[in-house]
Ligand binder design. Structure first.
Ligand SMILES: [Cu+2]
Length: 125
């Protein structure tokens, strides 16, 4: 990206004056390093655990795996959509930004009980 001339002059002036150019305060209190790891297993036809409680603005790592066939975990409100494969851990970092209850489900057809695979995330302040 090219700086416009006026911005360029300002940038030079700011640098000469020792201003903290481009320094930005992060307005969010969100932590980016996972504070906790939660392992979630999928198997026909449930998630174990089927409910978890997270803290708002706190990053956790979800370790997803399957005990039988391939499943997936979809939690649209939290931006989670990830495969769960047998014998494999899939890591997903999640940082909820608002409190509430958010539904998840298996997003990969895995048999006659697929529709029963529900998941619930409680996000607390
Ligand atoms: Cu399924």
């Amino acid at each position: 990206m090219k700086l416009a001339p006026a911005k360029f002059v300002l940038a030079i002036a700011a640098t000469c004056l020792g201003w903290p150019l481009l320094a930005q305060e992060n307005p969010s209190s969100a932590t980016s390093t996972p504070a906790q790891t939660i392992t979630i297993h999928a198997k026909k036809y449930e998630f174990i655990p089927a409910e978890i409680t997270l803290k708002k603005d706190q990053t956790v790592k979800l370790e997803l795996t399957s005990d039988d066939v391939a499943h997936s975990l979809e939690i649209p409100a939290l931006g989670v959509n990830s495969v769960m494969k047998k014998g494999k851990l899939t890591d997903v970092d999640v940082t909820p930004t608002k409190a509430g209850d958010f539904k998840g489900k298996c997003g990969k057809f895995c048999g006659f009980g697929h529709e029963k695979m529900h998941f619930l995330v409680h996000v607390v302040n």
